[in-house]
Design a protein around this ligand. Structure first.
Ligand SMILES: [Zn+2]
Length: 137
């Protein structure tokens, strides 16, 4: 093999290696999530009103929009946890949303990392830099 052929083989080999190199998502990380007690807040200046339901770790990692009744009072409000909110939670940020109106008012639901139940069973998943779960294929 002369020098030129050798370099061509090297070049081709490099291209083949690059082609088969695994496609690894950049900036992915593993996070462990726990059940979180959601909080009901006033939108009229009365502050924290009380605890709402528990959002479970299983619901967080399922990463599907969730529609829930607001349980902190019995006015019949509902609220929606979007996948964008689930991403915020997976990124260890506070997520917040507003309920539907009932009796001429509505509430804010806050989902804070400080309300995690560290005694609940944690679930670890891989997420990308936007807090979107990476699903193995
Ligand atoms: Zn209410």
């Amino acid at each position: 093999m002369n020098r030129r052929n050798f370099l061509e083989v090297l070049g081709l080999g490099g291209a083949i290696l690059a082609f088969f190199r695994p496609k690894i998502a950049l900036a992915s990380s593993y996070v462990t999530v726990y059940d979180i007690t959601m909080e009901g807040w006033s939108t009229l200046g009365s502050g924290f009103l009380g605890d709402d339901k528990v959002l479970t770790a299983a619901q967080i990692v399922a990463y599907k929009q969730i529609d829930l009744p607001y349980t902190q009072d019995d006015h019949g409000h509902h609220f929606t946890i979007t996948t964008d909110m689930l991403s915020q939670i997976l990124l260890a940020k506070t997520a917040s949303t507003l309920t539907t109106y009932a009796l001429d008012h509505r509430h804010e639901v806050r989902i804070k990392q400080s309300r995690r139940d560290m005694s609940s069973e944690g679930i670890t998943i891989e997420i990308d830099e936007n807090g979107i779960p990476i699903v193995p294929v």
